[in-house]
Design a protein around this ligand. Structure first.
Ligand code: CMP
Length: 139
């Protein structure tokens, strides 16, 4: 089922660099409606749960340490074709391969500290959104 919703979080590197507002502006200008938003910090254990799918990857431990190293800004977003359109807006995982004008090209510093996350499917958007927000926090 297509829900027209996706999940994102602005990552610690981008929050620490003071790019939260600029990134939210790009997201809204691209036509996404913010359904839910907060600012929080994950423990390493909680980051490990969020990225459990990558548990066997060599970068998993570093990723959990990095994702719990500072504040993040998780959001649920709404737009027609949200998952695919948002992944286009953020660009490739590795900023070296990201297209001009994408959020990662503009703000990511490395393949790990890549400024922002975007769900890769409707199913994961639902799971990841529920990780941070209850129904009553969604507007
Ligand atoms: P994200 O889209 O949030 O999904 C998984 C994250 O793991 C990814 O962004 C990066 O932050 C990180 N990641 C993916 N590939 C690598 C890699 N080869 N080396 C280090 N970190 C990676």
């Amino acid at each position: 089922m297509t829900t027209n919703r996706t999940f994102t979080m602005i990552k610690p590197d981008a929050v620490e660099a003071g790019n939260t507002g600029a990134i939210i502006k790009l997201i809204e200008e691209a036509g996404f409606r913010i359904v839910a938003m907060t600012k929080t910090q994950m423990t390493s254990e909680r980051a490990g749960q969020f990225y459990e799918v990558h548990a066997e990857r060599p970068f998993y431990n570093d990723l959990c340490a990095y994702m719990s190293s500072g504040a993040i800004v998780p959001m649920i977003l709404e737009k027609d074709n949200a998952v695919a359109d948002f992944r286009k807006l953020i660009g490739a995982t590795n900023p070296a391969n990201a297209e001009e004008g994408t959020i990662r090209k503009l703000y990511a510093t490395s393949i790990e500290a890549n400024a922002i996350h975007g769900s890769d499917s409707d199913e994961n958007a639902q799971i990841e959104g529920s990780f941070f927000f209850s129904r009553t926090q969604q507007f």
